[in-house]
Ligand binder design. Structure first.
Ligand code: MN
Length: 607
């Protein structure tokens, strides 16, 4: 019998931490027979970000992914990360939605539910734990580890005891930012094992270079299961390498019993897969000890880096990392994990980019300060709270107690676009992108975002020009073919750039007409949206790239300075944009759903 169990996070957290969660199901399935034979305690394969990326970027049905993985991994427990009452979304759901979601996930093949709340407010775990038990699955209660003036080992032990009392089957320490140090791990693990009679799991990110040592200390002090990632996608913002931990413990009383050679074959497979996603590699995936100061989790750093890169503001990364602890203190030291990491991160980005702290406050920060996410670990900044919520009331009950059942309404809202309860839940998690996904699926137009050519891909397009200019509808575009998949593939990938923007098409047969058709589609996409550049005080702009959620005014409306005129969404957070001056709306350049950038005029107001 192995003394130490392994949960491999290769199918979830590894690519979430290193590749912005972009690994496609097509790259998971071929290796599943080998993964299934290893003898892992579980394979983590599902969570909020994987679900989101499937619907938002990959245009895959996340439920279909789960069913395919279930089929391909018949002998291994499948594990998911669940955000308590937030499920996989970014708000609190009513209890009926929570129960429906857990039951659907269980029926589609999920075995282990690792349930957490970003504020460690256990009231937000209650319904999900009960639903998991009702579905006869494994409920793992989670302690989000963080460091602050109000967090300590006795407090985490109290949480562990409460989770046991709530009926959890095991306890996880979730060190999402890589904040644990080896000797603190030893103390925490020992204290938990001494007071809570449940199996203990450790999930720790390697960001600060300490996680391998933390794992060893945890093992020595009675931890039962450790989370690792296949080595070719381990380290840095990801996790300790599976092969290294297996080797470290081999021949000791803590031997995992796993076959190192077999795991290494899997490592070589993902070494190749990783190249395909090179465009999503963050610059911030190496060892970064700043996390011991700024406490920003790995996934959050790579998302912030991508976000800042999109608006050519990557040079502000250090300023944002310095701003995050300030915002966190103002919010009463929440652990930084979804959704608090986005709430704190987006507000920090806004504070840096607008150059005046809290000039713009996101709706989520406002809701947080009202108590709508639960109770903060420590008192929040009262001045900021007053500024954000004005005369609206504070909440101190379990936030979901205020929510009426909403499953019927959601089912009605999405209507016939939903072909199953699972579709309704996809829509419930992501109202905007979920609906768009279901619409595109119905129309047969689902298309994954393009990938850049793998650096190893060779261009096999020899009989046609590979770089040329074309004129479509009076506009000239510079096209450059950058690579192509193998000729033998039934569905062949072609990679090219249009005015330096990477595009990808998949064609079924190698035929120049088919290639041209795909190119035209991509050109049409590139033509969309040309807005004027801002130059006047009445030009309304966004401080971050994002999408328009709501246009609150029409042409001809009279507005006053400070009045909300637009709602945008960036980094999954909604922000209201206010009129900069008094006047009349003389131009509306956006509509709901548009992607917008800071260098464009969204609305024009004339004094
Ligand atoms: Mn993690």
């Amino acid at each position: 019998m192995p003394k130490i169990n392994i949960t491999d996070v290769i199918l979830r957290d590894a690519h979430q931490s290193l590749l912005a969660t972009r690994m496609r199901t097509e790259d998971m399935l071929p290796i599943c027979p080998k993964l299934d034979a290893i003898g892992y305690w579980s394979l983590e394969c599902w969570g909020g970000a994987t679900f989101d990326a499937c619907v938002r970027f990959l245009k895959e049905d996340p439920w279909e992914r789960l069913r395919k993985l279930r089929e391909a991994l018949p002998n291994t427990r499948l594990q998911m990360l669940l955000r308590g009452q937030n499920l996989l979304g970014y708000r609190h759901y009513s209890d009926d939605v929570v129960r429906a979601f857990v039951h659907r996930a269980a029926d589609n093949g999920m075995d282990v539910f690792r349930i957490f709340d970003a504020l460690n407010d256990l009231r937000n775990l209650k319904t999900a734990i009960e639903a998991t038990k009702a579905a006869e699955k494994h409920a793992q209660g989670t302690i989000c580890y963080t460091v602050s003036p109000v967090h300590d080992v006795p407090g985490f032990v109290r949480m562990g005891k409460e989770l046991a009392a709530m009926g959890c089957d095991s306890i996880a320490i979730k060190d999402m930012a890589g904040l644990l140090t080896p000797y603190v791990t030893a103390e925490l693990v020992k204290a938990l094992k001494d007071s809570v009679d449940l199996p203990l799991h450790l999930h720790s990110h390697a960001t600060s270079g300490l996680a391998d040592m933390c794992h060893l200390k945890a093992v020595e002090n009675g931890c039962d299961t450790i989370d690792t990632a296949i080595s070719s996608m381990a380290g840095g913002t990801s996790h300790p390498p599976t092969e290294s931990m297996v080797a470290a413990l081999r021949g000791t009383e803590h031997d995992t019993g796993l076959d190192l050679e077999a795991i290494q074959e899997i490592g070589m497979y993902f070494y190749q897969v990783r190249k395909k996603y090179h465009q999503f590699e963050s610059e911030f995936t190496g060892v970064d000890t700043r996390v011991q100061v700024n406490q920003v989790p790995g996934g959050m750093i790579s998302n912030l880096a991508n976000q800042l890169k999109e608006q050519n503001a990557i040079d502000r990364m250090s300023a944002v990392l310095e701003e995050i602890p300030r915002v966190r203190k103002d919010l009463g030291y929440p652990p930084l994990v979804t959704p608090t990491s986005q709430i704190v991160g987006t507000q920090a980005v806004l504070n840096v980019l607008t150059e005046k702290r809290y000039q713009t406050i996101t709706n989520e920060v406002k809701l947080y300060l009202q108590g709508r996410y639960g109770s903060a670990p420590a008192p929040v900044n009262p001045t900021l709270q007053q500024q954000a919520i004005g005369k609206e009331e504070l909440i101190d009950c379990r936030p979901a107690d205020l929510l009426k059942p909403e499953l019927d309404r959601l089912t009605k809202d999405i209507g016939p676009l939903a072909g199953s309860d699972e579709d309704v839940l996809t829509f419930a998690m992501f109202p905007e992108i979920g609906r768009a996904f279901l619409e595109q699926r119905a129309a047969g137009t689902l298309q994954p975002e393009p990938l850049e050519a793998p650096k190893t891909a060779t261009s096999e397009v020899k009989s046609a020009p590979t770089e040329f200019k074309i004129n479509v509808h009076g506009e000239t575009y510079h096209i450059k073919v950058t690579g192509a998949g193998h000729k033998e593939q039934a569905e062949r990938h072609f990679y090219f750039t249009i005015d330096d923007i990477p595009e990808e098409v998949v064609v079924e047969t190698l035929d120049e007409l088919v290639l041209t058709g795909g190119t035209e589609g991509a050109v049409k996409k590139a033509i969309a949206g040309k807005r004027p550049k801002p130059s006047q005080p009445g030009h309304v702009t966004t401080s971050m790239p994002g999408n328009i959620v709501e246009v609150l005014v029409e042409e001809g409306d009279t507005v006053t300075a400070g009045q909300s005129v637009l709602v945008t969404e960036a980094m999954k957070m909604e922000t209201e944009i206010q009129a900069p001056i008094d006047g009349t709306v003389t131009g509306v350049y956006v509509s709901k759903g548009d992607a917008v950038n800071p260098d464009e005029v969204l609305l024009e107001i004339s004094a």
